[in-house]
Design a protein around this ligand. Structure first.
Ligand code: SF4
Ligand code: SF4
Length: 357
């Protein structure tokens, strides 16, 4: 008897072609060249003679439904009904003739959005979920982004950087985030404080033990109750034990700091992909405006802007001048925190900023 099999439920990413402008669909893979007539606008020419104009604008990333509707209405009215989100939460509208570009830009700007973010500009900063959605953040990554972007917005609107700059912030040390030209990440500086009254009730102890990358956690009995203990000499303050076991409290108003990393790049177009490296540690986690972070980031960006050659990405620039010159030119202090003193460091030292064995 033939079985009436249940068909699979497709829950993956939908086919992107259905959301593409018809001109893009018709010319898929058949583009000849593109131009960048002004910041925020790109034009692509196809072998068929058709063209597509792209206008990019920034969003605040976490969008309320009113803002989303406003953006979609602009797309319906001025951009042939199409709208795309980029990896850094910018919005791209596409139209098929140059005449539609200026009315579209006027509508975007009249609604309060900022056009820019193309070519050698600073793209909108990406950030992790922060206090809004996640259960383990030690800072509000989106707040750090807002404070910095307020000061860097001209670099989004204009194309004055040597090459594109991608920046990101991350509100814990272990999960989201990624490689960026400049990244601002949480850095815990103290081992977790354990609430022994709660561990037995809340945590599955073997999985917490298994979670520690340096085997610093052991099961223990405390005051007659099952709990955990941490070998603080081994602990690298990564915070990985906190998500599965909230009583391993690592977030701390004073000891959870921010760290700044530079030179990460996923691309392998001109060179190998690179990991980002730590350049500033123990920066105060100072809401609501995080002025210390912005000051350091601006220092790095200004040095990069004046010192890098045209089209050098941040990692290419540092590779050319070398790390000693990077610290000298930016004026950032090189401290003991830049030296990897983790006991497993022998394997990673050759990837650190300064030490070569
Ligand atoms: S970076 Fe960490 S704290 Fe922030 S959203 Fe991701 S998992 Fe949550
Ligand atoms: S913070 Fe990281 S290294 Fe320290 S005990 Fe927890 S999991 Fe282990």
């Amino acid at each position: 008897m033939a079985l009436d099999m249940r068909s699979p439920i497709e829950s993956g990413c939908p086919d992107g072609f259905q959301y593409m402008h018809p001109t893009m669909r018709r010319n898929y893979g058949l583009w000849k060249y593109h131009e960048h007539p002004r910041p925020g606008v790109l034009v692509h020419y196809a072998h068929s003679g058709e063209e597509i104009w792209t206008v990019k604008c920034a969003t605040q990333r976490i969008l309320d439904s009113f803002t989303l509707r406003t953006l979609c209405d602009i797309g319906d009215k001025y951009a042939d009904g199409y709208i795309h989100f980029t990896i850094r939460s910018n919005v791209e509208y596409v139209v098929d003739t140059e005449e539609k570009v200026q009315p579209l830009i006027d509508a975007i700007e009249a609604a309060g959005f900022i056009v820019g973010g193309t070519a050698n500009s600073i793209a909108t900063l990406s950030h992790t979920q922060g206090w809004l959605h996640c259960d383990i953040p030690a800072t509000d990554a989106s707040g750090v982004v807002k404070s910095m972007m307020d000061e860097l917005i001209n670099e989004f609107k204009e194309c004055n950087m040597p090459n594109r700059v991608h920046m990101s912030t991350s509100c814990c040390q272990i999960n989201c985030g990624g490689s960026s030209d400049i990244a601002i990440n949480i850095q815990h500086t103290k081992p977790p404080r354990i609430d022994h009254t709660q561990v037995g009730n809340v945590c599955e102890r073997p999985s917490v033990v298994a979670r520690c990358p340096v085997a610093a956690i052991r099961p223990a009995m405390v005051d007659g109750k099952p709990s955990l203990e941490v070998d603080e000499k081994k602990c690298i303050c990564c915070g990985a034990c906190f998500p599965p076991c909230p009583p391993m409290q690592i977030n701390d108003a004073e000891h959870s700091k921010l760290a700044i990393w530079v030179g990460g790049n996923h691309s392998n177009a001109r060179g190998k992909p690179t990991f980002q490296r730590l350049v500033a540690a123990g920066v105060p986690n100072n809401p609501p405006r995080w002025p210390e972070v912005t000051a350091i980031v601006k220092k790095i960006l200004n040095t990069y802007k004046t010192d890098a050659k045209d089209w050098e990405r941040m990692n290419d620039w540092i590779e050319r001048i070398g790390w000693p010159q990077f610290f000298e030119k930016t004026g950032l202090p090189f401290t003991k925190y830049h030296i990897d003193n983790w006991r497993g460091a022998r394997n990673s030292l050759n990837a650190s900023t300064h030490i070569r064995f």
